[in-house]
Design a protein around this ligand. Sequence first.
Ligand SMILES: Cc1cc2nc3c(=O)[nH]c(=O)nc-3n(C[C@H](O)[C@H](O)[C@H](O)COP(=O)(O)OP(=O)(O)OC[C@H]3O[C@@H](n4cnc5c(N)ncnc54)[C@H](O)[C@@H]3O)c2cc1C
Length: 378
Amino acid sequence: MDFNLSDSQKMLQNMVKEIALKEVAPRAAEVDRTGSFPLENVKVLAKYNLLGVPFPVEYGGAGADMVSYAITIEELAQVCASTAFICAVHAVPAFCLQLSGSEEQKRRYLTQLANGSKLGAFALTEPNAGSDAAAIQTEAKLEGDEYVLNGSKCFITNAGYADIYVVFASTDKSKGARGISAFIVERGVKGLSFGRIEDKLGLRGSANGEVLLRDCRIPKENLIGREGEGLRIALAALDRARIGGAALGVGIAQAALNAAKDYAKKRVQFGQPIANLQAIQFMIADMATRVEAARLLTYRAARLADEGKRFTREAAMAKLYASEVAMKVTVDAVQIHGGYGLSKDWPVERYMRDAKAVAIIEGTSEIQRLVIARSELA
Ligand SMILES: Cc1cc2nc3c(=O)[nH]c(=O)nc-3n(C[C@H](O)[C@H](O)[C@H](O)COP(=O)(O)OP(=O)(O)OC[C@H]3O[C@@H](n4cnc5c(N)ncnc54)[C@H](O)[C@@H]3O)c2cc1C
């Protein structure tokens, strides 16, 4: 497999790096400190069409590929993981529509998501259904020409800020996982409201909150695919989302590595920069090796997706490994900074808190291991 980036992928990488540094980075520490949703950063992403990178031009996207999507998330994550995560999750409902939506749904909703005029959210998790997504209790009943949705979602990224929600609900509880269906719910529709936003350890700007459905009526045309296909639609979108999650981990880890290298070269102890100490050098060497390996796994999964090959196992491996690398590398970066590593005046403690979230989003590390083991033992 050729791991070299194409000219257009390199151009995108340079462009996102520049935008991220100039227009996203200045707000990153404040977004983390206040836990506020970075609306201005989202506008920047929309302005440069970074919310629609992997979607076809005919549906408002940039017409690039999944490798480009990974590069975009990685570059954004190097400066503001919350903004990168918002961008990554925005693509998940769009993946649902791209892979399973009708032509009419793609024209109307995918286009608005891909051109950045509307923000998206993916509403699967419930208070009693996290890893066990098939246990969701939200119900959708067909009444005439409308579905009536009732239930509560939690931890939903972009909750309250998103305009278009892909919501999963059971249309037939007797069928369990095969009774789950996917629906498009637009903000502003009667019966849709938003509850508490979590005050989180990491990814503090991403607005993870409750999405409440109380006799929420939507046209029956808002069903994606057919009744009972919801879980399949969610899992297919999550395969792609995990490439974004992996890229998020790679970006956070790269930022921590860069910070650690800079600091080690400048910090003088015992009459010399600590970068001269072999203990620090070995730590940096291991950090760099891990980041590179995580990046290669991520690009490989993305490339397989672009080639139309199966990539469920590879996306799970990339997400699992990149999240573990992000945690290890950020902890090491804090260690290299000594006491200053714990100070909010330096960014590495933020990287460490953001890294923890990567092992939980889009399926925990344990769920990634289940996916990988299932494939290995099949
Ligand atoms: C920052 C953030 C953003 C999120 N964004 C969204 C979103 O946009 N949309 C959405 O729908 N959800 C979202 N979530 C929810 C997320 O998908 C869930 O938190 C995740 O799937 C885990 O579910 P849970 O928190 O209920 O943990 P649980 O499922 O209760 O798991 C608790 C622990 O048990 C382990 N465990 C569970 N089952 C097994 C098993 N079979 N084998 C081994 N170990 C197991 C887990 O790995 C974990 O360690 C988000 C969560 C976070 C933190």
